[in-house]
Design a protein around this ligand. Structure first.
Ligand SMILES: *[C@@H]1O[C@H](CO)[C@@H](O)[C@H](O)[C@H]1NC(C)=O
Ligand SMILES: *[C@@H]1O[C@H](CO)[C@@H](O)[C@H](O)[C@H]1NC(C)=O
Ligand SMILES: *[C@@H]1O[C@H](CO)[C@@H](O)[C@H](O)[C@H]1NC(C)=O
Ligand SMILES: *[C@@H]1O[C@H](CO)[C@@H](O)[C@H](O)[C@H]1NC(C)=O
Length: 183
């Protein structure tokens, strides 16, 4: 009897320690969202661990000599609501909202999406990803210009971006930026 009693006690102590040590969920309108400022980060169970897929993508980028890679939310017909087969952005980020662009550099990974999806993104993305609460191409291009070295190449699937997205009118093309398209 005494033996059995001692046998289960360490487990109880361990369970209690785990419960206390676990960071509390961040309160974002009562939603269980990630908190990357705690140590270790707090991640809800809805989060997808993207560490392995990101490192595989970066390996490919290295092979192709790319400083950044853009993963849009569209399919080849510029649809917003797309077939599972085309859900590249959802696969690499874990974030399944219908709108949102991902950009991966060798050091950072970021998603831009609109206010409909901010909470969902905080519930689905792990701390490999920054969430940028902005829409449109200009914030992405501005970010890219600060993140990649001069002359660095940016890769994307040419079937998934329209000319309007690659050369937005809001981007001052007389800036000393060179866009080279190659695939
Ligand atoms: C994340 O945790 C820190 C430290 O506990 C806290 O100050 C911050 O408000 C939390 N962030 C969110 C989004 O809840
Ligand atoms: C994510 O997966 C990697 C590789 O399996 C692992 O090392 C890491 O600890 C995981 N991260 C989290 C937060 O679970
Ligand atoms: C890789 O790209 C850089 C520009 O970022 C260029 O200077 C270099 O020659 C390229 N290397 C190869 C192997 O293509
Ligand atoms: C675009 O950039 C060029 C060179 O930096 C500058 O002279 C010009 O005024 C800019 N045009 C606009 C509309 O911002």
């Amino acid at each position: 009897m005494a033996r059995a009693h001692w046998g289960c006690c360490p487990w109880l102590v361990l369970l209690c320690a785990c419960a206390w040590g676990h960071p509390k969920p961040a309160d974002l309108g009562g939603q269980d969202v990630r908190n990357c400022s705690t140590n270790p980060p707090y991640l809800p169970v809805t989060v997808v661990n993207t560490t392995v897929s990101l490192s595989a993508l970066r390996q490919q980028m290295h092979t192709q000599n790319l400083s950044a890679y853009i993963i849009p939310d569209t399919d080849a017909h510029m649809n917003e609501y797309i077939g599972q087969h085309d859900e590249r952005r959802a696969w690499i980020t874990g974030f399944t909202g219908s709108a949102g662009t991902a950009v991966v550099t060798m050091k950072k990974a970021a998603v831009w999406t609109d206010s409909r999806y901010w909470t969902q993104a905080e519930r689905q993305m792990d701390c490999n990803w920054e969430l940028h609460k902005e829409v449109g191409t200009t914030p992405i291009v501005t970010w890219l210009l600060t993140e990649i070295p001069a002359g660095g190449c940016v890769g994307f699937d040419p079937f998934l971006l329209s000319i309007g997205m690659v050369f937005p009118q809001s981007l001052n093309l007389s800036m000393p930026t060179r866009v080279t398209l190659s695939w």
